[in-house]
Ligand binder design. Structure first.
Ligand code: SF4
Length: 361
């Protein structure tokens, strides 16, 4: 039995190549059953690039409404390149991992400065924000480059196809281990369709908990389906979740709400505003009972945020103090133009509505 931390190697069982009939079945299944996603209807290089950036670490359902709005606001690379960075980051709100917005913006500017976009994965990887996965996805879909894509969905399909029981530390290590196998199985005549078919199969049929093997176009060559252990693959080391408690404060003054903008060099949420952590605001008097208790998960952290009403003591200096500490007063009418983290935008909206309803009673 494989052990945790073992060097990941390509699978030794399962198909050495995908037989022509299986490739054809996979593509036929994809053409017949693919979801009608906006980056697939009337596809373009721009739509492919934007969707690949948005879909990194974000679910399709979350991306869909924001993709439509993004295309209205920035219809092409030129429009995106011409926009100011804060406008781009504001438009990214709700997708999380804001570094992707800045990288996509930098990529649009790099492309706008060239006479034509590059066509090979190696050239794309020289551009800002483009790693091996994104380069493979963009060039196979937009230019038919014969290079396989392995994301979490594809790694799951391959782990099951090969009956691979290796214990992987995380999804990215599994994806790396399956890269050679994915390249071997690639339908070189239709690499874009093949890659999208594999991702779609993982997203809709070979799902983590309930794989639907009877309707799968790859069932005939699948080791896990034959063994009946698809649900248990791929195997990952159990990751410890850390619990984090944060106390937030809701302080209003003269029609403005106090927020905290994270520093531009922060590893997470750089430049994004949230309700301030109570410990960062001097001279406050906090209510005894919380306004709300909210929970969210980020990577391996389960964060509980307790929000209290607070007021400034009469002797306290202005906590915003010119903004050097990241604290700032934002007038209610200016709030829509400020980039907030998705959960804080939602919570502030909910709490304000609740406060308004209580005031009206
Ligand atoms: Fe996944 Fe089942 Fe298809 Fe195998 S047969 S690839 S386990 S859905």
């Amino acid at each position: 039995m494989p052990k945790s931390g073992r060097k990941t190697t390509p699978p030794s069982r399962g198909p050495a190549t995908l037989p022509r009939a299986a490739r054809a079945a996979l593509r036929a299944w994809y053409l017949a059953h693919q979801r009608a996603l906006p980056w697939r209807t009337a596809p373009s290089l721009y739509k492919t690039v934007v969707s690949e950036f948005m879909l990194q670490q974000t679910q399709v359902a979350t991306v869909l409404p924001r993709f439509a709005r993004w295309l209205e606001q920035f219809p092409d690379f030129a429009a995106l390149a011409a926009a100011r960075e804060e406008v781009v980051v504001r438009a990214w709100e709700g997708l999380g991992y804001y570094r992707r917005a800045r990288r996509l913006h930098a990529l649009a500017r790099a492309l706008a400065a060239r006479p034509a976009p590059p066509r090979t994965p190696a050239e794309w990887m020289e551009l800002p924000g483009v790693g091996p996965y994104t380069a493979a996805a963009i060039t196979s879909i937009a230019f038919g480059e014969p290079i396989a894509v392995v994301d979490g969905n594809v790694a799951r399909v391959l782990a099951r196809l090969y009956g691979d029981e290796t214990l992987y530390p995380d999804g990215s290590r599994a994806a790396r281990a399956f890269a050679p196998a994915a390249q071997t199985l690639l339908d070189r005549a239709h690499p874009g369709d093949h890659n999208q078919a594999m991702m779609e199969l993982g997203a809709t049929v070979c799902t983590p908990r309930t794989p639907r093997c009877p309707v799968c176009p790859l069932a005939r060559g699948c080791v896990a389906a034959a063994q009946g252990n698809a649900e248990s693959l791929p195997r990952f080391t159990r990751v410890k979740t850390t619990r984090v408690m944060v106390t937030r404060v809701w302080i209003e003054r003269d029609g403005a709400l106090l927020l905290h903008r994270r520093p531009g060099e922060a590893r997470r949420l750089a430049g994004i505003c949230e309700l301030p952590d109570a410990s960062t605001v001097p001279g406050i008097r906090r209510a005894a009972r919380p306004l709300a208790v909210k929970r969210r998960g980020i990577v391996n952290q389960l964060i509980t945020e307790t929000i209290y009403h607070a007021s400034l003591r009469a002797s306290a200096p202005d906590p915003a103090n010119g903004g050097a500490n990241g604290l700032l007063w934002v007038a209610w009418e200016k709030l829509p133009g400020v980039t907030l983290s998705g959960p804080h935008r939602r919570w502030i909206g909910e709490l304000r509505e609740r406060e308004g309803a209580e005031d009206a009673r």
